[in-house]
Unconditional design. Sequence first.
Length: 117
Amino acid sequence: MKIIRVVLSSQAEEVYGHLNKEAPSSKIERSILNAINKKIELIKANPHYGNPISKKCIPKEYIEKYNIKNLFRIELPNFWRMLYTLTDGESEIEIIAFVLDVIDHNKYNKKFGYRKN
């Protein structure tokens, strides 16, 4: 069985740190943080847990910056999203789930080119 390791990008790490800082005093941030932690455990159990995003819909930013071939989306509370990609680890017995972004709905819509009605 392959080991699944979850790694956060610097962007995701920054948001995660902010949520950790705000969680004690904010119910919304606490619920998003708790959901992220639960979803990370679900990814470790099943790396294909998230909804796959069509290759043609992957934002160019991610392809250029991280050279990704796949992208998965997980819905979080308050319409936030967690986006991650799967890559081979340093050995044949490891898969890395690389969390690219943890973003709110407006940033998600902008990143994927969806218009606000």
